[in-house]
Design a protein around this ligand. Structure first.
Ligand code: CP3
Length: 343
């Protein structure tokens, strides 16, 4: 039986209290992260295992979370496949030469992660060593649909016309791309597990832009293909969709262990509907961390009451905002750890 709180919660086993971590917990709200970031650009940090491990562990030591997620980005995986990735100052990630048609899919290669993404394996091994058994280490990947939107759109924030254009005009071409991505995601996550990841989260950030029917047709089959092929003995799989309230029943069909919900979803209702088969993760509004300590504790209590004492991993409903005072993140973590304690 896994010993860590988070692993037990993910498998709906008894816990003394609810475990807690935060998406984007290794990030700009921490002055200590910004100090490392001042010396190296984002991709250099991802590709330098010592730096990646250093910032991965910062929230463990500074905030007191119950899990470490290794520092990287969902998009780094696409680079060795053949898509150049740049992070522009203040502008977020961008692919200067996005996928425009079938010939571009041809030039994407499914690679052995140990070759193209060896820095990830090294960062994970280093994290495991430095964590020294205190908490579990989480791996992650983008889900095929979300990776495809970036590969086709080239960047965030321009709507999803291009990817939907493909869906309506050339669904077979889109499926070819998604299938290739699914194979790469599968080998990437299995590589992370072999390198020390003790649970894995699939981020399908943009799947919330799809209707239920379209999610079922375009995105779900490829996510399910990944999950089916993971070496998951004792390694729980978490699936996250931003804006996925209408997709919760579909998420429960993917074969994952944990459904990660954003803050707009009623976690108590999902507990009633899927709590017998799935653990839940979430789902505090990241903006609640702008509140007073008293207000943060109230919001934490509300979610703990709705989610119940087992099968719950406390988290934010999306990544922590860069302008949140670290003291407020600490107050949230403390509140979960105190208010959920039993006996
Ligand atoms: O959670 C963690 O602490 C682990 C590391 C992690 C990052 N990004 C670090 C990061 C993880 C798991 C991600 C996932 C990710 N990246 C997602 C899925 C989750 C989500 O947020 O919905 C997506 C869509 C991306 C793509 C991405 N990366 C965007 C759109 C941006 C720019 C927006 C922003 O927040 O600046 C990034 C950059 C990024 N990824 C940063 C960090 C800490 C900020 C980079 C910096 O330091 O300048």
């Amino acid at each position: 039986m896994p010993d860590h709180l988070l692993l037990r919660a993910a498998f709906r086993q008894p816990v003394e209290r609810t475990p807690v971590w935060m998406m984007r917990q290794a990030g700009r709200y921490l002055p200590e992260y910004r100090a490392v970031r001042a010396k190296a650009d984002f991709l250099t940090m991802c590709k330098t295992p010592e730096l990646a491990a250093e910032v991965s562990l910062q929230p463990l030591d500074l905030i007191g979370v119950d899990a470490v997620i290794f520092f990287s980005d969902i998009l780094t995986m696409l680079e060795p496949m053949g898509l150049e990735l740049v992070f522009e100052k203040g502008g977020g990630p961008r692919f200067p030469e996005p996928i425009n048609g079938p010939e571009d899919i041809e030039r994407l290669h499914v690679v052995d992660p140990a070759d193209g993404l060896g820095f990830v394996g090294d960062a994970l091994a280093l994290c495991r060593k430095q964590i020294d058994g205190r908490v579990p280490l989480l791996g992650f990947s983008g889900a095929p649909f979300t990776l495809a939107t970036y590969a086709i759109e080239g960047c965030t924030g321009k709507g999803f016309n291009k990817v939907k254009h493909w869906y309506y005009r050339e669904p077979k071409t889109l499926a070819t791309l998604l299938e290739k991505l699914a194979r790469q995601v599968t080998s990437y996550l299995n590589y992370q597990i072999a390198s020390g990841a003790q649970a894995v989260q699939l981020f399908d950030t943009w799947a919330g832009t799809l209707s239920r029917e379209d999610y079922r047709t375009i995105a779900a089959p490829f996510t399910r293909q990944v999950i089916d092929r993971l070496n998951r003995d004792g390694v729980p799989v978490i699936i996250y969709i931003n804006g996925g309230d209408h997709l919760v029943d579909e998420m429960a069909q993917l074969g994952a262990d944990v459904l990660s919900l954003d803050w707009r979803t009623d976690i108590g209702a999902v507990k009633q509907r899927h709590g017998q088969t799935h653990a839940l993760q979430g789902n505090l509004d990241p903006c609640a961390l702008y509140g007073t300590e008293e207000r943060i504790r109230l919001e934490v209590q509300r979610i703990l009451d709705a989610a119940g004492p087992t099968g719950h991993i406390f988290n934010l409903g999306h990544g922590i905002h860069p302008d949140v005072p670290p003291e407020n993140a600490r107050a949230m973590v403390r509140a979960v750890q105190e208010l959920s304690r039993r006996s």
